[in-house]
Design a protein around this ligand. Structure first.
Ligand code: URA
Length: 412
């Protein structure tokens, strides 16, 4: 196959065959096709798009570039959820054990935070000892025993995606619907699922800025799932304000545990239940019961111990990772709270050190925000808007200035 011709054909908007796409991805994974040719191909796709058949072929080729989960036949339903990323989005930490309690298997392969969006793996690693580096064999054994595993991508899991995603990141080709679809769906479909729910976010704190763009991405992912025999459900959620009231690694785990114990912010619980109901195969009241009676919390303990953590640490995570400066920020005036901009809060959390600017950076588990006010209702001057957890007083001042810009109070 002559790669320059393939690139030119895509550049002219021609439809490529499944075989051509498969060979291109296999060549790229093995190193035969160099980065510069793949960059040009990705840019051609960015401008010319792909047909649904091409997108499905790309997804399958990327999924087949490595190993997939294989589940015993006659197994309980294997399900998962994917979120396109938001601020304060700790839903996976709650949904995975909850849905496992409902009798499903949840082989959740997650990612790390990049830019303003946090990552499930970073949050889990704020639990001392929690190991996200499992082999597929270890994951399968844990799944059999506990019904849930939460881990990172292994070397052999969708290697084509790992390479291509890193390349897209530095070539301006991330925001392409076919490329995003294939990237997300190849990893989820390699989990060999029966059902998948996608939480597609839109708004200031999301990858997709408009509802229209989120709908297009959702439709593309549903089409690929359909082609590949997986039932895919989508829920579109605005990401104008952060999810829940905590943003930052350990602070989000603490809030997730509150939700697993039947408490936590109402918006967080609603998203968890909405998404879980689509895939769990049990009723909403049953899911509520599993949160309220401590079943989901006990499953989370099982998950933590299975992956090297100690459940006894969970109630004291706030002390284990305690930021040196923890102070409230107060409302300057009385009025109606009309905006808490998710994108700006995400930026502030990133500046505090909760996120990473580039893939090789580390994250600070302790810093971020909690007790963040929610939009709607009246706030009085002098009441707390949030609590800021910072490494230094200078960082606190910087975060305070950013929250001031993120929050809008309309005086009566
Ligand atoms: N997340 C992914 O895994 N891939 C993308 O392309 C975008 C978001």
């Amino acid at each position: 196959m002559h790669i320059p011709t393939l690139i030119s054909r895509k550049r002219e908007g021609e439809e490529l065959s499944a075989r051509e796409i498969q060979k291109l991805i296999a060549g790229y994974t093995s190193g035969e096709v160099p980065d510069y040719q793949m960059s040009a191909f990705a840019m051609a796709v960015f401008f010319k798009g792909m047909t649904p058949a091409e997108t499905a072929a790309l997804t399958r080729a990327m999924m087949d570039s490595g190993d997939c989960f294989s589940h015993r036949s006659g197994h309980p339903a294997v399900v998962d959820k994917h979120s396109t990323g938001g601020i304060g989005d700790k839903v996976s930490l709650i949904l995975a054990p909850l849905v496992a309690c409902a009798g499903c298997r949840v082989p959740m392969v997650s990612g790390r935070g990049l830019g303003i969006t946090g990552g499930t793996l970073d949050k889990l690693e704020s639990i001392p000892g929690f190991n996200v580096h499992l082999s597929l064999d270890q994951a399968a054994a844990q799944l059999e025993k506990f019904g849930v595993v939460m881990m990172g991508q292994t070397e052999r899991f969708c290697p084509a995606d790992r390479k291509l995603y890193a390349l897209r990141d530095v070539t301006g080709t991330v925001p392409s619907i076919p490329l995003i679809t294939a990237s997300i769906m190849s990893k989820k479909l390699a989990e060999s699922l029966d059902r998948l729910v996608l939480d597609v976010k839109y708004g200031s704190g999301a990858f997709m800025r408009t509802k229209h763009a989120a709908e297009a991405l959702a439709a593309s992912m549903v089409a690929v799932g359909g082609e590949m025999g997986v039932e895919v459900f989508t829920v579109l959620n605005p990401m104008m304000e952060p999810t829940g009231q905590a943003v930052g690694n350990v602070l989000e785990v603490i809030e997730a545990i509150e939700c697993l114990e039947g408490g936590g912010p109402a918006d967080l619980r609603t998203i968890v239940l909405d998404l879980s109901e689509k895939i769990a195969g049990v009723s909403l009241p049953e899911l509520e019961r599993l949160l309220d009676d401590g079943s989901a919390r006990r499953k989370f303990d099982e998950l933590v111990s299975a992956q090297g953590g100690n459940p006894a640490d969970l109630p004291r995570l706030g002390e284990i990772h305690r930021a040196p400066v923890i102070r409230e920020m107060l409302a300057p005036i009385t009025g109606e709270l009309v905006k808490v901009d998710a994108g700006m809060i995400g930026q502030a959390a990133l500046q505090l050190g909760a996120g990473r600017a580039k893939a090789s950076d580390g994250v600070d588990f302790a810093v971020g925000f909690d007790r963040l006010v929610k939009v709607g209702g009246t706030i009085l001057a002098g009441q707390p808007l949030c609590r800021i957890h910072a490494r230094t007083a200078v960082d606190f001042d910087m975060a305070e200035a950013m929250v001031e810009k993120a929050v809008r109070i309309a005086s009566h």
